[in-house]
Design a protein. Structure first.
Length: 163
């Protein structure tokens, strides 16, 4: 597993562009809320650390990870942000439900990336058990929310450079 070799919260701050004046929408799944709220906290703290004003971070919640695609689309259309971060957590269970949810949100967010002129960031944990999720939500492997925020900033900067 790649995360075993790199902490999700580790990055070279000197390589992160200034995010002042950036507007970010974050849609968060309520399912596995003890995890997703930690991811949200990490994302917001990291965005603010790099210049995004708290009033320029728009947060909304949806019931589960499957609903992130629709929620992300609605956030993009309503707030006109520079990037959208989708935060969720799916833990493998005894049925194929895990596979359907993970595939659905992955395909959905990928499609949004091709339809809009802003990045949609995949801040979804897909883990085999709850301990893996805890390890990636501020635990020993860092916080996927931090990683998602840095990705949003870098992708917005990527678009700005093209203009």
């Amino acid at each position: 597993m790649a995360t075993a070799y790199q902490n999700l919260s580790s990055y070279d701050a000197s390589k992160v562009p200034d995010a002042t004046n950036m507007r970010v929408a974050i849609v968060v799944a309520e399912w596995n809320e003890s995890i997703t709220e930690k991811l949200l906290e990490g994302a917001c703290n990291t965005l603010e650390k790099h210049g995004v004003k708290s009033e320029d971070i728009y947060v909304s919640h949806v019931p589960g990870t499957f609903e992130l695609t629709f929620g992300a689309q609605q956030m993009a259309e309503h707030y006109q942000p520079d990037a959208v971060i989708a935060i969720g957590c799916v833990v493998r269970g005894d049925t194929p439900h895990f596979d359907y949810i993970c595939e659905g949100v992955t395909v959905g967010l990928t499609k949004l990336n091709t339809l809009y002129s802003i990045p949609f960031i995949f801040g979804v944990l897909t883990t085999n058990d709850m301990q893996q999720a805890l390890n990636r939500a501020g635990g020993k492997l860092g916080n996927k929310g931090d990683e998602a925020a840095i990705t949003a900033i870098k992708m917005h900067n990527f678009i700005c450079k093209l203009k």
